[in-house]
Ligand binder design. Structure first.
Ligand code: PEP
Length: 258
């Protein structure tokens, strides 16, 4: 593990439907967050709900994230876009970039790289999602992963690498009945760190936080952290199930660190 705190990120996706529900989920997470000792949590609600779910440094160990940000950095005629600077202004600290659901809708590594730059320039931390569609016996997926990381991080200057969080999400394990096996998570996270080290140097590779995402719930989360040896988790479905997410945070926080 690369940091002294575990990072648990809730990707709410296009959920819930009402602002009232969103505020209820957020308030339960804000209630538990200050009791955590070795865990930081980030919630990423849909854009219209973010501002009502919290503010910057409102409670300890609780942070706001966004599921997207524009590639555009300068204000102006960009209908429908929300800039990283605007997100920063309302208290957002993290932005999920390159999620497989956005890549499936046409988001390229080139666009991912532009968004990462915009987000870093605004003083936010990008959570960069990478992951293979299939895991073949011959290991071609490793090349896929390597290229995704290299191309997505192509525009990041060395001085900014400390703000990057990587989320390894094998696409076949997202929305699935089971997560990836813990030993495979461990192996892949080492590979992701190695590729990162090859680009930015060993010191940066040792420090970068690598999260795992894909069918994590409160029951499997502690073992994924302990045996998958990742720095945190990117959680989809379980993050909008507030009792489950609260249990997950407690269980992960109870893991003795290192
Ligand atoms: C995700 O989409 O990032 C994700 C990990 O989803 P789930 O936890 O539902 O598999």
């Amino acid at each position: 593990m690369s940091s002294n705190k575990k990072l648990i990120v809730g990707n709410w996706k296009m959920n819930p439907v009402t602002l009232d529900e969103a505020k209820k989920i957020a308030s339960k997470i804000k209630r538990i967050s200050p009791t955590l000792t070795s865990t930081e949590t980030v919630i990423c609600p849909p854009l219209p709900f973010i501002i009502s779910c919290g503010s910057r440094k409102e409670v300890k160990h609780f942070h706001l994230g966004s599921q997207s940000a524009s590639v555009e950095m300068v204000r102006g005629p960009h209908t429908g876009e929300v800039s990283a600077e605007m997100l920063h202004d309302i208290g957002v600290e993290y932005v999920i970039i390159g999620h497989s659901e956005q890549r499936a809708r046409g988001e390229s590594d080139v666009n991912v790289a532009k968004k990462i730059k915009a987000v870093i320039d605004a003083g936010l931390s990008p959570i960069v999602c990478v992951g293979e569609l299939v895991r073949d016996e011959a290991g071609a997926y490793l090349e896929v992963l390597k290229n995704q990381i290299k191309h997505s991080l192509a525009d990041v200057p060395l001085a900014s690498v400390k703000s990057i969080v990587l989320a390894y999400e094998p696409i076949w394990a997202i929305g699935a009945p089971e997560p990836m096996k813990n030993e495979d998570i461990h192996e892949s996270s080492i590979f992701v760190k190695k590729v990162f080290s090859d680009i930015f140097g060993v010191e940066a590779g040792l420090k970068v936080r690598v999260l795992y995402g894909g069918s994590v719930n409160y029951r499997n989360a502690p073992d994924i952290i302990s045996y998958g040896k990742v720095d945190g988790l990117l959680v989809g479905r379980e993050s909008v199930n507030s009792p489950g997410f609260v249990e997950l945070l407690k269980a992960v926080d109870n893991i003795a660190y290192k």
